[in-house]
Design a protein around this ligand. Structure first.
Ligand code: I6G
Length: 672
């Protein structure tokens, strides 16, 4: 019986290979389904027999609760782009020069650039181990649960002599037909539609529950290897692709090919441009690589991409349509962006009905009116844009920026010298709410460490947080009841809100997110007005007296505090217990460390920004390097070269404990 089970696994694996890798199934779907059901029945009767490479294990995993970070053992690079034949030639001419060989003799391999997402898949002794996204090239995210559901990804390599370690790198994508089917089903069920197959593939891989990926048709085609410990020896990139095909992976055949000579580029590119529309998947260019590994190794890398490979991108695709309307979207920072509503048009494989217009200057530059016939440009996954007015409409209407915010009704203003128009609704505009709360809680502002962006967005979308004042009425149950949270994390959030109630006036002003008022200007304002009542009654002229505060900033501050809703929100925060010491009238008393320069080094138990803010609150300057002019060095654990330099120069070194005493006792500047 066990033997029959092992046989059944081998048979199903072979049928998957025929279907998903060779595109050449030898059995009908119903035959396959019957065998799969038999497998499930055996496994239900003998759970101890189930092996990790059984086809049933592709969807076996439970939903994950978060994406774990994965450090890439070998950096995952991206590719340099070329947008013309000239640029492609230039790329390889430079490579040939660096190699000191004739350009014509470069051995070039060509592969289509699949429009998907790069994934790294690890095998240990031939068995699937884990898979990760590229991320920033150094660190990706563990997406094993979803990658395992892709049938063209072998769970076991097809070899009796597997390498100890193999990292296969390639592209996960959704075929065009699968994308169209997914979207039409989503339309029928009022579900989420995707703008293109690439977004559909990426959106699927970002799901926590592998059942979603298992129900969608994703494919994987490798383009190379990363980490490798095995016996095989490769002389060329094309040999690596052949090796991977022998292990059970798909090849990009017949689209990948070895180009006899450098002059073959033109022919190859023209051919690929022609066949592109007929391919089952979207491609956004052709990748040309120097095939010989020894030459690749000699060339090496520049910044984040290899010097031996380049992606020749297809040009943007164009189509004509009509501009029906322009709406204004209010972004998270209050900027109003005009968005073109278009007569739907099919361009570059997707139907486009909206395009960004960026700002009013762009509309003026294009000479655009509603009713005009326009040219739409779409390049890869970039948001479509209107490239020009193709024909002036018979009936055209001028595009006018609204005078009030479409979300909150507050006045819309344009800052002199800037292209952007902004809503002046401040803290009470719903379109800006989540961003304002994120800014307020961020590390450089109130530093509410456990109230992160994701949590803010969830609380905001559920209507629990509307404004920054609502942070102080949060209850443990508001957080504990959310997916992925619990009693403990809820308490951590409430604790960090409480712990940051004692702050500095400058920090609080910066946290309000008044347009153009950053950390430094907020500090200067606090220093000048010393307390909150003085600040809110300051006039435009008073504000212009503050060093480094210009007319735009002064106006923004006056406007902000003139708004009764903003004042009410700030008052609610003060009533909730947020407080700061007055910056006392006597500068010597208020700023006992005035004129001093401090350097912070090593690991402190408090966040470094907090130590810096505290020192600055006492009047000290905080510098990044130690010199004879340094008054003191605040040294945390494992302090290194800065501490050594301080000792060498005889500069005073203050340990964290001593520093905390100093903070507790404002005026004890004699400590130094
Ligand atoms: O991101 C990529 C897509 C396709 C690649 C790639 C590729 O070859 C067909 N090749 C390399 C070498 C890299 N990224 C770094």
């Amino acid at each position: 019986m066990k033997h029959a089970y092992t046989q059944l696994i081998a048979t199903l694996r072979h049928w998957d290979y025929e279907y998903y890798v060779l595109d050449n199934p030898s059995v009908s779907d119903s035959h396959y389904d019957a065998a799969f059901r038999e497998l499930l029945a055996i496994e239900a009767a003998h759970p101890d027999w189930v092996t990790p490479d059984s086809p049933s294990q592709r969807v076996g995993a439970e939903p994950i609760s978060e994406f774990n970070k994965i450090e890439h053992r070998v950096k995952m690079l991206s590719l340099a782009n070329a947008f013309s034949l000239e640029e492609t030639y230039q790329f390889f001419e430079k490579a040939a020069k660096d190699l000191d060989i004739a350009t014509d003799t470069l051995p070039i391999f060509s592969e289509p650039k699949l429009d998907g997402l790069a994934i790294s898949i690890h095998y240990d002794n031939g068995l699937f181990s884990y898979a990760a996204t590229r991320g920033d090239g150094q660190t990706g995210e563990d997406v094993s649960h979803n990658i395992k559901t892709i049938k063209s990804v072998p769970l076991q390599l097809a070899t009796d002599n597997p390498p100890a370690t193999l990292e296969v790198r390639g592209e996960v994508f959704m075929p065009k037909a699968a994308f169209a089917k997914l979207n039409s089903m989503a339309v029928e069920t009022n579900g989420k539609t995707f703008v293109n197959p690439r977004n559909a593939a990426a959106g699927t891989i970002r799901q926590m529950d592998p059942k979603i990926a298992a129900g969608r048709d994703l494919r994987f085609i490798p383009y190379g290897i990363g980490d490798y410990q095995g016996d095989a020896e490769f002389m060329a990139h094309s040999q690596i692709l052949d090796y991977l095909a022998r292990l059970g992976f798909r090849k990009n055949a017949p689209c990948d090919s070895f180009l006899g000579s450098f002059a073959e580029f033109t022919r190859n590119y023209a051919l690929m441009e022609q066949v592109r529309e007929r391919l089952p998947m979207e491609i956004d260019g052709i990748v040309y690589k120097i095939d010989t590994l020894a030459l690749q190794n000699t060339l090496g890398f520049i910044a984040r991409s290899p010097k031996w490979a380049v992606a020749r991108k297809f040009p943007a695709q164009l189509a004509l349509t009509q501009l029906l309307e322009v709406d204004f979207q209010v972004g998270r920072t209050g900027v109003l962006t005009p968005v073109a509503r278009l007569e739907p048009v099919f361009v570059g494989g997707v139907t486009v009905s909206n395009a960004t217009l960026h700002n009013m200057d762009e509309i003026e530059r294009l000479g655009l009116c509603i009713g005009d016939s326009v040219e739409i440009q779409r390049a890869g996954d970039v948001i479509p844009k209107i490239s020009k007015v193709a024909n002036i409409g018979a009936q055209r209407t001028a595009i006018i920026m609204p005078s009030v915010c479409p979300v909150c009704g507050a006045a819309v203003e344009r800052t002199v010298g800037q292209a952007a128009y902004r809503c002046t609704g401040g803290l009470s505009c719903a379109a800006q709410g989540a961003e304002r709360i994120r800014h307020y809680a961020s590390r450089k502002c109130m530093n509410i460490i456990n109230l992160g962006t994701k949590l803010i967005e969830v609380l905001y979308s559920k209507g629990i947080l509307h404004t920054i004042a609502d942070i102080y009425t949060l209850k443990a149950s508001d957080i504990a009841d959310l997916d992925g949270q619990g009693e403990k994390s809820a308490q951590n959030v409430l604790d960090s809100i409480k712990a940051t109630k004692n702050t500095q006036l400058g920090t609080f002003i910066a946290a309000l997110g008044i347009h153009e008022i950053g950390e430094e200007s907020a500090k200067a304002i606090a220093k000048q007005f010393k307390n909150y009542p003085a600040l809110i009654s300051a006039t435009y002229e008073d504000l212009l007296q503050v060093p480094d505060i210009g007319p735009v900033m002064a106006k923004n501050i006056v406007d902000f505090f003139a708004d009764a809703k903003n004042q009410a929100i700030v008052q609610a925060i003060i009533d909730a217990g947020v407080n700061w010491p007055d910056v006392a009238a006597d500068p010597a008393q208020a700023q006992p460390l005035a004129g001093q320069t401090w350097v912070i080094t090593g690991t402190l138990s408090m966040p470094r920004d907090q130590a810096k803010a505290a020192l600055e609150g006492l009047g000290a300057k905080v510098s990044g390097s130690v010199s004879k002019k340094t008054t003191a060095v605040l040294a945390g654990a494992e302090a290194g070269s800065k501490l050594a330099k301080a000792q060498e120069l005889g500069v005073k070194v203050v340990a964290e404990e001593e520093f905390k005493k100093l903070l507790a006792n404002y005026t004890s500047a004699e400590l130094l």
